[in-house]
Design a protein around this ligand. Structure first.
Ligand code: ADP
Ligand code: MG
Length: 398
């Protein structure tokens, strides 16, 4: 796989370089919430601009469904990017149309332009190869080389991720390389004990990753909403807790597989059982095997927190995806807090993946540097750990 450094070594002064960035920030009424992704995209853009490239950035924002929707315009992002870079960023009001062509043609060496939301074009996400290809031809005609720096989109076979790379000399940007370096450590020559903590709302989102991880981890800790389907599969009643009854057979299979492979599969032993899904619900702490019929589990209990922390204490590698409880309500954030704290004490590599998980650790007051790595691409990192081919990576390797 060729990298940004390889491209820079060829000399980029005067060359037009198309960069696929991840600028998918929370935006409400034109106001940007967390600008972390814009900040993260800057090193690659700056390196290219400093070397004299004419930098053309393409990115998506939200899900505008293939039509022009001003609510999803990247214009505010162009402005913020300019502020952060300390120099203006030209903005094209379309993706590959007249404005894009004019904007790119007027770029001088070292200047940066951002194209309008690539998902305004229905062809970007089309399942039809020819349709995506025709659009990718137009994108590719705007540049001499392509850099993919959008790790959060590498699991998508989209025109600006996959097809455009087929049409131009292609290179992995700094962000994509950093993510891959960490994820490789979770799948090859992993330092052991290797523990994975999974939580979040739904088991069905994470079936593939659980199946694959059972072949590689030493310990698998399950909390959050998905724990109740595991408890039920063991024959316990879970009251009104989240339950995916249609996954019980699959989960029974996981329990048997874990046993066969000697994986230490750890479930909560106590639960905060609430009488309502509410921040002010009445709560009792009950054994995980005795959840009352009229209550729902919204967080793992104090003994479970200790148990989980003890299973992480001597781990050399930890991957964590999915909150342990409904952390959005302070009363049910304790389990997530305990796991986050346990990760900060691990003497080894710790990786946090998943949008809500990353949001949770920041909300709970942790700083990014207390963890080995916080993945910018939740879906992409899970698919990587599932052992799936990621189209955006496959094409960079070709
Ligand atoms: P990520 O985005 O990190 O992959 P998910 O999207 O899978 O995480 O799950 C996050 C959601 O899971 C949160 O909104 C949280 O409130 C919810 N959740 C966690 N535990 C429970 C629970 N016991 N009952 C209901 N929802 C839960
Ligand atoms: Mg989520």
């Amino acid at each position: 796989m060729q990298s940004l450094d390889d491209l820079l070594a060829t000399g980029v002064a005067g060359k037009r370089v198309l960069v696929r960035s991840d600028l998918n920030v929370p935006l409400k009424d034109g106001v940007i919430g967390d600008d972390g992704r814009i900040k993260a995209s800057i090193p690659t853009l700056r390196a290219l601009a400093s070397a004299g490239a004419r930098v053309v950035v393409t990115a998506h924002l939200g899900r505008p469904k293939g039509t022009v929707d001003p609510a999803y315009s990247l214009a505010p992002v162009a402005a913020r990017l300019g502020e952060l870079l300390g120099k203006p960023v030209a903005f094209a009001s379309d993706v590959v149309g007249y404005s894009a062509q004019e904007t790119v043609a007027s770029l001088k060496d070292g200047e940066i332009a951002l194209l309008e939301n690539v998902r305004f074009e229905a062809a970007e996400t089309s399942k039809d190869d020819a349709e995506r290809g025709a659009f990718a031809d137009k994108l590719a005609s705007l540049a001499d080389a392509f850099v993919d720096d959008a790790f959060g989109a590498v699991h998508r076979k989209h025109a600006s991720v996959y097809d455009v790379a087929e049409r131009l000399p292609h290179y992995a940007g700094g962000l994509v390389l950093a993510e891959l370096t960490v994820l490789r450590k979770l799948t090859t020559d992993t330092d052991r004990p290797y523990a994975v903590v999974l939580g979040g709302a739904k088991v069905s989102d994470k079936l593939g990753v659980i199946a694959n991880l059972l072949g590689s981890v030493d310990r698998l800790l399950i909390g959050g909403g998905m724990a109740y389907t595991f408890l039920k599969a063991q024959g316990h009643e879970v009251g009104k807790s989240l339950l995916e009854a249609d996954q019980l057979d699959v989960v029974r299979g996981f329990l048997a597989e874990a046993e066969k492979r000697g994986v230490d599969l750890v479930l909560p032993v106590d639960i905060l059982a609430a009488d309502d899904f509410s921040p002010t619900a009445n709560v009792v702490i009950v054994p995980a095997t005795e959840i009352p019929a009229d209550r729902e589990g919204l967080d793992i209990g104090p003994q479970s927190r200790e148990l989980f922390a003890s299973k992480l204490a001597d781990a050399k590698t930890v991957f964590w995806n999915g909150p342990m409880g409904v952390f959005e309500f302070d009363a049910f954030a304790g389990g997530t807090l305990a796991v986050a704290e346990a990760l900060t004490k691990v003497d080894g590599l710790t990786v946090v993946g998943g949008g809500d998980s990353a949001a949770a650790v920041r909300k709970l007051g942790f700083s990014d540097d207390q963890f080995g790595h916080i993945s910018t691409g939740g879906g992409a990192s899970l698919e990587y750990l599932e052992g799936k081919q990621l189209p955006g990576i496959t094409i960079l390797e070709s």
